[in-house]
Design a protein around this ligand. Sequence first.
Ligand SMILES: NC(=O)C1=CN([C@@H]2O[C@H](COP(=O)(O)OP(=O)(O)OC[C@H]3O[C@@H](n4cnc5c(N)ncnc54)[C@H](OP(=O)(O)O)[C@@H]3O)[C@@H](O)[C@H]2O)[C@@H](O)CC1
Ligand SMILES: Nc1ncnc2c1ncn2[C@@H]1O[C@H](COP(=O)(O)OP(=O)(O)O)[C@@H](O)[C@H]1O
Ligand SMILES: [K+]
Length: 495
Amino acid sequence: MEPILRADQHKEADIRTSENGIPSLVLMERAALAVVDVLEEEEFDLSDVLVICGTGNNAGDGAAIARILTERGYGATVFAAGDEKKYSEQMKTQMMVLTHYPVKVLRGDFPVEGYTLIVDALFGIGMHRPVTGNYAEVIEAVNDSDLPVVAVDMPSGIHTDTGAVCGVAVRADLTVTFTTGKAGLYLYPGAAYAGRVLVRKIGIPVEKDMLRECPLFSLDETDLKLLPARNESGNKGTFGKVLVIAGSEEICGAAYLSAAAALKSGAGMVKIYTDEKNRTALATLLPEALLSVYTSKGWKPESLLENLKWADAVLIGPGLGTGEISKKILTTFLKSGWKKTTVIDADALNILARHEELISLIDFPVTITPHLMEMSRLCDYSVEEIKKELVYVASKAAEESGACVVLKDARTVVALPDGRSFLNLSGCSALSTAGSGDVLAGMITTLTMQHPDLPVPPQALAVYIHGKCGELAAEKYSAASATAGDLLEFIHRFL
Ligand SMILES: NC(=O)C1=CN([C@@H]2O[C@H](COP(=O)(O)OP(=O)(O)OC[C@H]3O[C@@H](n4cnc5c(N)ncnc54)[C@H](OP(=O)(O)O)[C@@H]3O)[C@@H](O)[C@H]2O)[C@@H](O)CC1
Ligand SMILES: Nc1ncnc2c1ncn2[C@@H]1O[C@H](COP(=O)(O)OP(=O)(O)O)[C@@H](O)[C@H]1O
Ligand SMILES: [K+]
């Protein structure tokens, strides 16, 4: 688990480190050295590097990079795009030092000819308003050139915390970022501008108390080790019984996908509670699952209540429909006195959005798994607004509702009521296919039922694994051809 600091937290970390006695110029030198090391490791053509600099400390990094490149025998030119009078103290120093090195410093028109690589050091985490005028022209010229581009800390023009393009932004092939990742490098559109992201530590510690306010984390492969080994002496009862309340007269596939994912994630038993019309299809597709069916006309609450007595966890919503019968099922469930693991997905969320009075019945811990449209129905924000502020919207919803909120998009945020949020970095467009959310809901249900007390939320682990399954499916079938059913094939690699 790694923290992802906001711009204000990075500044605090920088200041604390300086106050602890490590001068800013030392940190800058380490930052610049880290970038030059990466440029060498990645085997860029460094014979004629153009470093574009603004006026702040990101520019200071750039000037130091140019100097170190020449020390190592490469060619470097600085294009000083900013007004000298506005230079930060460190940038002033770096430019003064540079006069003793064979680095050309250019001003005025942007020089595009004859270089092998562009290093973007216009703005880093200190960019605080839309980019216009001369800077915008420089950025457009960088993007119009065919040269590879490496961004220092942030691609200039990308908002550090949201990934928004502030007017115009540098399109980099690679971003070398310092201390921790930044949400803006991982959230779209920022992620598309950042290219590949490499995080380099430069001697700035992240102290625990800096993570007090709405901390954001990401998980990686090492966090999978937190999942305990399967109990060899267990039986199917030990590994938990999941009731999947899913499917409707018109929809069957969602029930299959979520139930299959719950089983593949390690549940001992899975029962699907669904419309009678799905019986044959589900019995054929997933003979391992138990079935309990109802007809719209003959539905009685008792059958659901009996099944709830049996279950250890409930997933409700995939393909459930939003009609009268679905509403009755959801209402009965919420009024049943159920308190165990609950995941509310898809149509169950749509019903809640339409019938707010039902939301007040949720007085037990639940996980909700909305995509942007479902989230928009549940709150006061439009899809566009949510997309722009994914982390904020998820964490606000978690705090206000007391639910674990899994807000799904090309990046997914898992937000907890205690203020922690997790930005998922696995996955790819192979997941943009009907039913992949159903698979995720099944995975979340089993992992949340089985592992309530891990140091990281099981919901975030499930989202991480789901993303990895998407990557493997893309490798095997291509991102375009992979289907939600293909994801099931890869869950076993992680559990
Ligand atoms: N401090 C440390 O210990 C370390 C810091 N490090 C490095 O410093 C970076 C942060 O440096 P920073 O805080 O100076 O901010 P930075 O990103 O250079 O931008 C501020 C400058 O840009 C300007 N400006 C902003 N927006 C603008 C706009 N839209 N359009 C036009 N101008 C705009 C703004 O001018 P102003 O608006 O104030 O006139 C100001 O001059 C960080 O990302 C990392 O690379 C590393 O060396 C590690 C150690
Ligand atoms: N481009 C993408 N990159 C990574 N993950 C994606 C991408 N597109 C979709 N996903 C993931 O795929 C899943 C889609 O879920 P959802 O929208 O509920 O689909 P459905 O309702 O069809 O099952 C979510 O987990 C989402 O985060
Ligand atoms: K930059």
